[in-house]
Design a protein around this ligand. Structure first.
Ligand code: NAD
Ligand code: UFG
Length: 350
């Protein structure tokens, strides 16, 4: 496919951003990336270029810096933005809430102001299943009530609400060039590009299950703590909707294509669940990882982690119906690709 459209990717050096850059380049889009590298390394972008054989402009810019960000829009003919830049650690957000609101909420406010000044009003935003708080049932559809259990989740919820207000205002004022916004609510992204060149590279000891397991497998961590075995699930451990990061990345291409295919005067705000619709427990993940990779994963049962919910999985049919997107890669592929990345890059991009 060819496209003459240029996409600004904020946070493009990060885990999901780097995989999405690959898919966007392979779909024919031109790219510009801004990232402050607070949780990533420029090497990730070099590897995106290596995988795709394509080059693009990269800026070490913080999205809260209006002038620097505005200069990027002056220098490039941006047609749409895919916005990943933000902080994502739940525990850290409880310790430093102001830092999270500044980076995530204020950062998005600056970004959207700069976009509007430069007449760019197509936006794909990284939201999270965390906006469903403690869902009343599963599978979760997009019209479930939203809530939050921590400042990180609240920052995503606030941003979603702010973006929806922009669309309402444009609708009321019959704006000539209104906002067109796609909010993607990710479930649990894991896996890595099949080349083994890019993947998840947590800065400190991982908080999330998949990178923790893969660091135990590679010998960097001793054993996994399984947080709780008394949940009302098939084996007592927490159930999540794990989705391959490459499938997730492809969801962004589909969301952008929809924005480009609709008339410029149509205002729109839509939220889409990006998940597989299938839940796996912590022990399902551990056992399948051992089967797929042949690596041993020592684990112990530990107390529940405060704030965790028992079960969370998506109903992804809206994304299929409206974007023509559905996840293709199964748990075996997710785990094999994670291990290829981790075993060939034991110290990440370092
Ligand atoms: P990541 O930390 O790997 O990527 C985020 C990128 O944004 C990093 O490269 C970081 O350096 C950059 N960044 C952070 N603050 C910035 C700022 N102020 N200016 C410029 N760049 C900045 O995280 P990820 O896993 O790739 O997540 C991407 C997005 O998806 C985030 O918004 C996250 O909240 C959201 N999300 C992630 C998950 C997940 O489990 N990984 C789940 C749901 C939603
Ligand atoms: N878990 C363990 N041991 C660990 C880490 C996690 O047993 O060392 C368990 C958790 O208790 C949970 C499951 O593994 O049952 C998944 O935990 P993660 O931390 O990997 O993922 P969460 O579902 O808790 O949260 C993640 C992101 C959130 C995001 C959410 C939905 O961290 O920011 O997915 O997208 F909102």
């Amino acid at each position: 496919m060819t496209s003459n459209n240029t996409i600004l990717v904020t946070g493009g050096a990060g885990y999901i951003g780097s995989h999405t850059c690959v898919e966007l380049l392979q779909a024919g889009f031109d790219l510009v990336v801004v990232d402050n590298f607070s949780n990533s390394k420029p090497e990730a972008l070099q590897r995106v270029m290596q995988i795709t054989g394509r080059e693009f402009a990269c800026y070490a810019v913080d999205i809260t810096h209006t002038e620097a960000l505005s200069q990027v829009f002056t220098d490039h003919p941006i047609d749409a933005v895919v916005h990943f830049a933000g902080l994502k650690a739940v525990g850290e957000s409880c310790a430093k809430p102001a830092w999270y609101y500044r980076n995530n909420v204020y950062g998005t406010q600056v970004l959207t102001e700069v976009m509007a000044e430069h007449h760019v009003k197509r936006l794909v935003f990284s939201s999270s299943a965390t906006v469903y708080g403690e869902p009343k049932s599963v599978p979760i559809t997009e019209d479930f009530p939203l809530s939050a259990t921590n400042p990180y989740g609240r920052s995503k919820w606030f941003i979603e609400s702010m973006l929806s207000d922009f669309v309402d205002a444009d609708r009321l004022q019959h704006a000539n060039q209104p906002w067109q916004i796609s909010v993607l609510r990710y479930f649990n992204p894991i896996g890595a590009h099949k080349s083994g060149l890019i993947g998840e590279d947590p800065k400190d000891i991982p908080n999330n299950l998949m990178p923790y397991i893969s660091q135990v497998a590679v010998g960097k961590l001793k054993q996994l703590s399984v947080f709780g075995d008394d949940y009302p699930t098939h084996d007592g451990t927490g159930v999540r909707d794990y989705i391959h990061v490459v499938d997730l990345a492809k969801g962004h291409v589909k969301a952008l294509e929809k924005l480009f295919n609709q008339a410029q005067e149509t205002t729109d705000w839509q939220a889409y669940n990006l998940g597989t619709g299938q839940g796996y427990s912590v022990l399902d993940l551990v056992k399948t990882f051992i089967e797929v990779t042949g690596q041993d994963i020592p684990y112990q049962i530990a107390p529940r982690r405060p704030g965790d919910i028992a079960i969370c999985y998506a109903d992804p049919t809206k994304a299929w119906r409206e974007l023509g997107w559905q996840a293709q890669l199964d748990l075996t592929a997710m785990l094999a690709d994670t291990w290829r990345w981790q075993s060939s890059n034991p110290d990440g991009y370092a």
